[in-house]
Design a protein around this ligand. Structure first.
Ligand code: AP5
Ligand code: ZN
Length: 217
């Protein structure tokens, strides 16, 4: 399957993508994670991306599209993929369409995770991520690690993202409404959008997502 995951910052895209990718046996491709990996390796791309990310703005399309394309062309993505955080505006969606067209492949669904603003703000404020593996995500109240600051899975140090400050979150939400939400209408016109609520327990949301994707097939 080829799926795009869309939803406001903090809706639980990364959390759900890790689980869905495992169940559906497709790679989880997160442009946010790819940028953060570049930042920790201190690459030129990482240095460029960091200034935009810390301010809560989108990294320019040219570098983002090239990075996403490169990742989608890796052998493990041949049979399908789950895109998390890409596309994030209409011109990225158009670029993805072009890329898929040249490969004669199509998206199967765009899964839209819906969550109210007060909830996503709470989720972001309490999020803690493992330095060793970004798919190990915790929340200080909703899914706390057994030992404060230490990853339950691998023992890595937990940290708070630089762009999870109150001010940056406000900008990220605004960017989501003005630049990312329009892709939902773009994909609705292609009959691809499946909307589910991101509220409730993590397992319930995963179940809901799998049901919705099945129903759509
Ligand atoms: P990105 O990394 O994509 O961040 P985001 O879209 O802001 O989303 P988040 O990672 O904040 O949230 P999430 O929805 O994944 O939530 P999570 O599962 O962690 O992008 C960051 C930046 O990179 C952008 O601002 C931009 O600068 C740049 N960028 C990335 N892609 C780009 C692109 N295509 N173009 C240009 N720039 C780009 O969950 C959040 C918390 O809630 C966690 O603590 C989790 O444990 C908890 N939680 C999850 N589900 C539940 C639940 N059901 N109940 C209770 N708690 C829950
Ligand atoms: Zn870990």
């Amino acid at each position: 399957m080829r799926i795009v995951l869309v939803g406001p910052p903090g809706a639980g895209k990364g959390t759900q993508a890790t689980r869905l990718a495992e169940k559906l046996r497709i790679p989880h491709i997160s442009t946010g994670d790819l940028f953060r990996a570049n930042i920790s390796r201190q690459t030129e791309l990482g240095k460029l991306a960091k200034s935009y990310m810390d301010a809560g703005n989108l990294v320019p399309d040219e570098v983002t599209i090239a990075m996403a394309k490169d990742r989608m062309e890796q052998p493990d993505a041949e049979g399908g993929f789950l895109l998390d955080g890409f596309p994030r505006n209409v011109s990225q969606a158009e670029a993805l369409d072009e890329l898929l067209k040249t490969e004669s492949i199509q998206l199967d669904a765009v899964l839209d995770l819906e969550a109210p603003e007060d909830e996503v703000v709470k989720r972001i404020a309490g999020r803690r991520i493992c330095r060793k593996d970004s798919s190990h995500v915790f929340h200080v109240s909703y899914s706390p690690p057994e030992q404060e600051g230490v990853c339950d899975v691998c023992g890595g140090e937990l940290y708070q993202r630089d762009d999870d400050t109150e001010e940056t979150v406000r900008t990220r939400l605004e960017v989501y409404h003005t630049q990312t939400e329009p892709i939902i209408d773009y994909y609705k016109a292609q009959g691809l959008v499946v909307t589910i609520s991101a509220l409730g327990a993590v397992d319930d949301v995963t179940r809901r997502a799998l049901e919705a994707l099945k129903r759509d097939k």
